[in-house]
Design a protein around this ligand. Structure first.
Ligand code: N01
Length: 567
């Protein structure tokens, strides 16, 4: 592998005597991919990223629909590897809107001279492990090939938009848009008859933002969600100064806390408080920013039915107060799941939007969509004529992109076959039979503030590549036993995970998808513990080998660790 190179060295090139174009090929230039390119290059590898979009950002490139914004605090979502970067960038709002995030990611890429490592507008159509060569042969959609020692898929968990199989969907002659694949060219919704299908985090963000400009907005809701206010605000100069002054402390908290947020956990259970105190605390929660409603709420909120029901009743009361029409309000209050069973959306003006006479709500449980026609959407109540249909119908979460990349490992094994019953991984970064292949930020990454967890994994992948190189190996593959134990830990923890099996975290939204937990139910503490164990035991959970002299030498094939079960 290449000796460490200065940051200004050429972007790519033969890495060793072995014929590879690049040491590390990263797929995706989103938040995770950008960081992986940075870390791999700083560690002295030649690196190239392949990005399907025409710009950087991944999720934050494709989800450019009106109203798309963070619901993690901007400065906690941002990169933390450089204090200079943090000092230079001034976030405008506590929860930045998509254009600001896209500008930030472009700034990072240019600030660290990463753009020359990224090839835009290219999609991976296949990636095959070449066993004799010990490298990956990657084919792009323009027919070109790249050969890499290591393949790192930073393809994200929310990158394959899902369109439900509604009859006639493609017959519609107006404009069809998906929130997760929003055009880069301007979309003019002014004066148009618009439908939004889906009321997850994306739907509830776009609805209030476009309600005023359209001629009519018909919202098709199958399941209502427990939405609470985002409570966004501009960052004042004083706050900005304080954030910079507190950077090191903040970085320490974000790099170590369970959920990767700054929100302080509460120290009381719901019924430790009197009814009056509880109402006052819920009011305080309602006015608190973003995810604090989960991470700073009563300690038993997600585990005690009565505590959860009390919070839900509080929200339901708020909805009844905010929405003028009682029938519409009733439809907007969930009856089939508790708070936190699905990933809760955070909103600005969502409930109030239904007081706008131009906005109407269709309850799809009462009147399902029969078909999409050339001119609109037909339910049992008749046809609504439309100019634009916005599909806010979600994503093939976790495995969607990886299963579409034509990945083949040892013996030509397809990843889709290896994962036919759902993903099996070690640490959510590797799977057996696919040497030198990593997928930080993919399935079995933990839940919380995404860049923090994905960053943990990128750091581990980079440390691993350095270990392999510095110990004279060129191939690394997780031991199947380690992978089995990790996956068993994930599946067992999923039985008591706050997220219910109806949530897309189990793949339930995709017809035919195996119902398997797609996050790391052990969370960050398990990940940290197991990474430490891997390092302490000289990577005993992996098989390391060297093929540089033609012969492959297995250096380590020990089971996961002396300590037994991961975590
Ligand atoms: O997708 P979703 P999303 N007919 O899967 C409905 C992140 N995110 O894009 O609940 C009618 O949550 C479906 O209905 P139901 C965040 O992690 C973050 O909104 O299945 N409706 C649901 O209402 C989030 O969790 C931000 O009954 C159909 C909706 O489509 C994730 O992305 C902003 C249907 C899909 O909701 C995904 O959110 C936005 C059908 N056949 C997104 N099929 C931030 O704020 C599906 N639906 C950072």
């Amino acid at each position: 592998m290449a000796a460490p190179e200065p940051a200004s060295a050429p972007a790519t090139g033969p890495a060793t005597g072995n014929a590879v174009d690049v040491d590390v090929l990263v797929v995706g230039a989103g938040v995770t991919g950008i960081y992986q390119v940075y870390r791999a290059r700083e560690a002295g590898f030649s690196v190239e990223a392949i990005e399907a979009g025409s710009g950087v950002g991944g999720t934050w490139f494709w989800n450019r629909y009106p109203g798309a914004r963070f619901d993690s605090e901007s400065y906690t979502y941002a990169y933390l590897f450089s204090k200079q970067l943090f000092d230079e960038w001034t976030w405008e709002e506590h929860f930045a809107e998509q254009p600001e995030t896209e500008r930030y990611l472009n700034h990072v890429v240019d600030r660290f001279d990463l753009r020359r490592h990224i090839r835009f507008g290219a999609r991976v159509v296949s990636a095959t492990y070449d066993e004799p060569a010990g490298s990956w042969l990657v084919v792009l959609d323009d027919g070109t090939e790249r050969r890499a020692r290591f393949l790192v898929a930073a393809t994200g968990v929310l990158s394959v938009p899902f369109y439900p199989a509604v009859p006639g969907r493609t017959d519609f002659q107006g404009e069809s848009l998906h929130t997760g694949q929003w055009p880069t060219t301007p979309v003019d919704l002014a004066g148009k008859r618009v439908a939004v299908i889906g009321t997850g985090s994306s739907g509830v963000q776009i609805i209030p933002v476009i309600a005023d400009e359209v001629a009519s907005l018909t919202v098709y809701q199958r399941t209502s969600n427990w939405c609470t206010p985002l409570n966004n605000s501009p960052i004042t100069p004083e706050e900005q100064e304080q954030l910079r002054a507190d950077f090191e402390t903040m970085r320490e908290i974000l790099n170590t806390s369970v959920a990767g947020f700054l929100h302080e956990p509460h120290d009381r259970a719901a019924f430790d408080d009197s009814d009056e105190e509880r109402q006052a605390f819920f009011e305080h929660m309602w006015r608190s920013p973003g995810f604090s409603k989960l991470s700073s709420n009563y300690t038993d909120l997600l585990f005690d039915e009565a505590a959860n029901a009390a919070w839900c009743e509080f929200i339901a009361d708020k909805v009844r107060g905010l929405v003028h029409d009682p029938e519409t309000a009733a439809k907007l209050i969930p009856t089939d799941h508790r708070f936190g069973e699905k990933r809760p959306p955070f909103v600005t003006g969502y409930y109030e939007a239904f007081n706008n006479p131009k906005v109407s709500l269709v309850d799809l449980k009462a009147t399902p969509i029969l078909r999409v026609t050339e001119t609109g959407i037909e339910t049992a109540d008749g046809l609504v004529e439309l100019d634009v249909i916005i599909w806010a119908t979600g994503f093939d979460f976790g495995t969607g992109a990886l299963n579409r990349m034509g990945i083949r490992g040892r013996g030509g094994m397809a990843l889709t076959d290896h994962w036919a019953e759902g993903p099996i991984t070690f640490l959510g970064v590797q799977t057996s039979g696919f040497p030198n292949f990593f997928f930080p930020g993919g399935p079995h990454a933990a839940a919380g503030n995404n860049p923090r967890y994905n960053g943990d994994q990128v750091d581990f992948v980079t440390d691993t590549l350095v270990y392999v190189r510095d110990h004279g190996f060129d191939t690394i593959e997780v031991d199947p036993e380690a992978e089995e134990r990790w996956t068993a830990m994930v599946d067992k923890g999923a039985e008591t995970a706050p997220f219910g099996t109806k949530s897309y975290f189990f793949g339930t939204n995709i017809p035919g998808k195996p119902k398997k937990y797609l996050l790391n139910s052990g969370g960050r503490p398990k990940l940290f513990k197991e990474i430490a164990r891997v390092k302490d035991t000289g990577y005993s959970a992996f098989r390391l080998s060297s093929s540089s002299n033609g012969a492959s030498t297995v250096a380590s094939a020990a089971p996961v660790a002396a300590g037994g079960e991961p975590g």
